[in-house]
Design a protein around this ligand. Structure first.
Ligand code: NAP
Length: 491
């Protein structure tokens, strides 16, 4: 409990049923020594808990908790009557000593709005001071059900969607009027799936600052737990003293539906990462011209009239870093090689031509895809296979090489997509891979006298451009962003 307090918790939940077998009989000591107000819970096995005593003893422990001074007791809705009977027979009066949380959990599926309304009505009939519902999220859209329930609540209510898909509902409880949220004491010590740890909740997401009108941003992707964007954007919002929170948003399907639904819940903007960059376009009222050519967006901006516009900040991030490395004249008239023909390649190839490159050669493991992309790019482009490119010992003529494949990414850090004999002094070499910060490709290019640009620059700059689009009147804290990314990647 001391750890919870120092991590920033306002109250602590004593889960009697989750204590070690040997510690369980000593749970009253936790109340005697409490340093925070407490909720006492002894969750029944039939409600997903671990209580091993018989039902009478379990209910008695909750009544004892009230006698011992617990501020809240959590009782399953199904056990409300037994608890009330036990209080009456023991002569315990809850109010104003302790408050009764009646709870309902479904670990298998989300509940419909009708089911939720019925459960809440039953809880209120059973004299709940606080209603608590936790349900498994099987879709990112289930968060909306939580937000709608909290907004419509007539009395103090806790509602959470469990699992990684439901994590936003835990962080955003204060935005929609939730009575409280649950966070773990530390990473890896969650008592329910999808919980974030208290320190992250308080310091990264600035939970205490979240109010009903706090703007929400987030990065849509799948998987998303590894994303550095929440660390980077939340640090930037804090640095710039902007009211706002930025969340990881795991979305497995229906990205357009998710965007539209969350916009109705008061979200303000999104970053979009793989695999939703194409699908997200379907939710837009307007798509930036180059993003439309590339066929992918990574940023969603809502304008004052509520219209959604999609942008692609990936290409400008990489291309501006490359132009800076080239110096005067930038890409104008330069011969560019792009290794890869996937999503990142499309952005960088269109971007290079947009900025005046005279030729672009698309080089890809699967030659057909290289040729296809080159055809889309027009007369200045040609496509070839990676094998053929690497075979031309010292013969390939280019000024700039951009790797957009994942070759060389951690843990395969000894791999490189390019024959190092192709590098010549003065060329500029960019690698979209940013973990490690210096890939084998960049090391070999630097050794040959090339100017190198790390994928970290692309990552930081695409985020900086997003920040600029969301907050055009605020100076973008690029240095803060760079610091966050470097410290993440170096640790
Ligand atoms: P993608 O659409 O899946 O394309 C992957 C490309 O890599 C394809 O051309 C694929 O060739 C090629 N490839 C994959 N494995 C390969 C291998 N073992 N040998 C040779 N070629 C291989 O992915 P993407 O979205 O373009 O992303 C590509 C990379 O860029 C990822 O590492 C991503 O992390 C990085 N990225 C970085 C940033 C940043 O901010 N720094 C932003 C976006 C992306 P085939 O066509 O033959 O399969």
């Amino acid at each position: 409990m001391k750890a919870a307090k120092s991590a920033g918790a306002d109250l602590a939940e004593i889960r009697i049923d989750l204590l070690k077998e040997s510690q369980r009989p000593k749970w009253p000591n936790l109340i005697a020594e409490k340093v925070l107000p407490v909720i006492v819970t002894n969750r029944a096995v039939w409600e997903g808990g671990n209580a091993t005593t018989d039902e009478n003893e379990r209910i008695q422990s909750l009544v004892d908790a009230v006698t011992l001074g617990a501020e809240y007791v959590d009782v399953e809705l199904e056990a409300a009557e037994s608890f009330r009977d036990c209080c009456l027979s023991t002569g315990i009066v809850l109010d104003p000593t302790a408050r009764l949380i009646l709870s309902h959990h479904n670990f298998d599926r989300p509940l419909s709005a009708d089911e939720i309304n019925n459960v809440i009505a039953d809880m209120r009939d059973a004299n709940a001071d606080i209603c608590k519902i936790a349900m498994l999220a099987t879709s990112a859209l289930d968060n909306s059900v939580v937000y709608n329930t909290l907004k419509a609540a007539q009395s103090p209510t806790i509602m959470l969607a469990m699992g990684e898909l439901g994590t936003p509902s835990r962080v955003l409880a204060p935005k929609y009027g939730g009575f409280l949220t649950f966070a773990s004491v530390g990473a890896g010590r969650e008592s329910a799936p999808g919980q974030v740890d208290t320190e992250t909740l308080v310091n990264l997401y600035r939970f205490r600052n979240i109010k009903p009108d706090t703007p929400v941003y987030g990065v849509i992707g799948n998987p998303i737990s590894h994303s550095m964007s929440p660390a980077l954007h939340n640090a930037s919002l804090k640095h710039a003293d902007i009211d706002g929170v930025y969340l990881p948003l795991k979305v497995e399907d229906n990205v357009p539906g998710f965007i539209l639904s969350m916009m109705q819940q008061g979200f303000e903007g999104f970053s979009v990462t793989m695999p939703g960059k194409l699908a997200a376009m379907r939710a837009m009222d307007e798509v930036d011209e180059i993003a439309a050519k590339i066929g992918a967006i990574n940023t969603v901006v809502r304008d004052d009239s509520g219209n959604l516009k999609g942008y692609n900040t990936d290409w400008v991030a990489a291309i501006s870093a490359v132009e800076e490395a080239i110096g005067d004249g930038g890409l104008v008239g330069k011969r560019v090689v792009c290794i890869g023909a996937g999503g990142a390649a499309r952005g960088l190839a269109f971007g290079a031509l947009e900025r005046g490159a005279s030729k672009i050669c698309i080089v890809n493991r699967t030659e057909g895809k290289a040729v296809e992309l080159a055809e889309e790019l027009g007369d200045a482009a040609n496509g070839m296979s990676l094998d053929a490119f690497n075979d031309v010992e010292g013969g390939a003529q280019f000024d700039v090489l951009m790797n957009t494949t994942s070759v060389g990414m951690h843990p395969d850090i000894d791999d490189t997509p390019v024959n190092s004999k192709l590098f010549k002094h003065g060329q500029v070499v960019f690698d979209a891979v940013y973990n490690p910060l210096e890939t084998r490709l960049l090391k070999e290019a630097a050794a040959a006298g090339c100017v190198t640009v790390s994928g970290m620059e692309m990552f930081v700059r695409q985020a900086a451009e997003q920040f600029r689009l969301w907050f055009p009147d605020v100076e973008t804290p690029v240095d803060v962003m760079r610091k966050v990314v470097v410290s993440r990647l170096s640790s």
